[in-house]
Ligand binder design. Structure first.
Ligand SMILES: Cc1cc2nc3c(=O)[nH]c(=O)nc-3n(C[C@H](O)[C@H](O)[C@H](O)COP(=O)(O)OP(=O)(O)OC[C@H]3O[C@@H](n4cnc5c(N)ncnc54)[C@H](O)[C@@H]3O)c2cc1C
Length: 337
């Protein structure tokens, strides 16, 4: 089995910002233009209202993004992905932990994940959130939990990706990543967010990184907010990472960025084992299939567990068709189906 996230170096429509004006027209063309604008307006309103949507509705709408409540659900999904030529990284949902015991329990679940991946012979690593391992509770507890997971994974030849959370954790997360590397663990990698103004600087010296746009709401003073600026910083950072020889997990579903990434890796003459694409479970699977068919490595982020709420809200916020889904679910609920 190849643990490709280890291979290097571990051997290792956008919505218009114009104001939305709904003009009543009788012609089909007019309607064709008006309906998408109304939906876009609805989408934005529903994204703002998502925290008020009842939890059972959020759970139903987000089920495509989450393997299920149990480890068996994640293993089943990874088995299916592996059969399709896709790699995976498993995330134990747990960022809502509020006690040391809960953080230890999440770390314990990661040990179970690693053992079961071995037992099932599946090609996957794990992704951890430091808040789930106790970052906001006790720094030493978090470090110990992280090190135990990284050590266990190393012994099994598996990779640990440290997810990046909101900006209050950026510095502490990168410090713990560097600490693990300094302690000799090569099976651990960081995540950089293209919307952060500091990212290009953080990229320097990092040799195994997942590059994503970033999902948390950050102040303008530290983060790009403009859609095109985020894209531009993504491409700049990717070019720098490739130039410095880093192994990059190109994490995006944005067609423009996928095309730019293909250009960058081709221009650098990288072979298919020197980078990988990464996508979230339930998002643009057909685009993922096409990347795999073209010979690219693709890793799918597979979350499971009972702490599904925060993750689900973030995924729904990003779904461009959220208004339609919420409306559809409401209608189905009213019809009792
Ligand atoms: C593997 C992976 C790991 C990640 N890890 C982190 C992390 O550690 N920290 C962090 O801050 N962020 C992380 N993210 C999230 C990332 O920062 C973005 O928020 C997310 O990927 C959406 O950005 P995008 O590049 O796909 O572009 P977007 O412009 O948001 O999306 C491009 C297109 O993808 C489709 N799409 C995107 N999201 C959805 C959705 N939820 N439902 C349906 N369609 C959708 C739509 O067609 C959309 O037009 C991760 C993303 C991936 C793929």
């Amino acid at each position: 089995m190849s643990h490709s996230e280890l291979s290097e170096p571990y051997a290792a429509e956008r919505e218009s910002s114009r104001p939305l004006v709904v003009i009543r027209r009788r012609s089909g063309t007019g309607l064709r233009r008006t309906i998408p604008r109304v939906l876009a307006l609805l989408d934005r309103a529903i994204v703002r209202l998502l925290p008020a949507v009842p939890r059972p509705v959020v759970q139903r709408l987000s089920s495509r993004y989450i393997a299920g409540p149990n480890l068996e659900d994640a293993l089943r999904v990874v088995r299916e992905l592996n059969a399709q030529g896709k790699l995976a990284t498993i995330d134990v949902l747990g960022e809502e932990v509020s006690s040391d015991d809960e953080a230890r329990a999440i770390a314990g679940q990661y040990h179970d994940v690693l053992a079961e991946l071995d037992a099932a012979g599946l090609d996957a690593g794990v992704s951890v959130k430091l808040t789930a391992l106790g970052l906001e509770l006790d720094h030493d507890l978090c470090r110990d939990n992280l090190e135990a997971v990284v050590r266990d994974a190393a012994a099994r030849g598996r990779f640990v990706r440290i997810d990046m959370e909101d900006s209050s954790t950026t510095e502490r997360t990168l410090q713990l990543y560097r600490l693990m590397r300094d302690e000799g663990y090569a099976n651990v990698g960081a995540v950089l967010q293209a919307y952060m103004r500091r990212t290009l600087e953080d990229a320097s010296g990092i040799d195994n990184v997942r590059l994503c746009k970033g999902i948390y709401v950050e102040p303008y003073s530290i983060a790009y907010r403009d859609f095109d600026e985020v894209r531009a910083n993504y491409v700049r950072t990717l070019e720098q990472l490739v130039a410095q020889g880093a192994y990059v997990g190109i994490a995006t579903h944005d067609e423009y960025l996928i095309e730019q990434a293909l250009r960058v890796v081709r221009a650098a003459g990288l072979s298919h084992d020197q980078y990988e694409f990464q996508m979230l479970l339930g998002v643009r699977p057909e685009r993922g299939d096409a990347l795999v068919a073209d010979g690219h490595r693709l890793r799918i982020y597979v979350p499971f567990g009972t702490h599904w709420y925060e993750y689900s809200l973030r995924r729904l916020q990003e779904n461009p068709k959220i208004a339609g889904y919420v409306a559809g679910d409401t209608v189905r609920g009213l019809l009792g189906r």
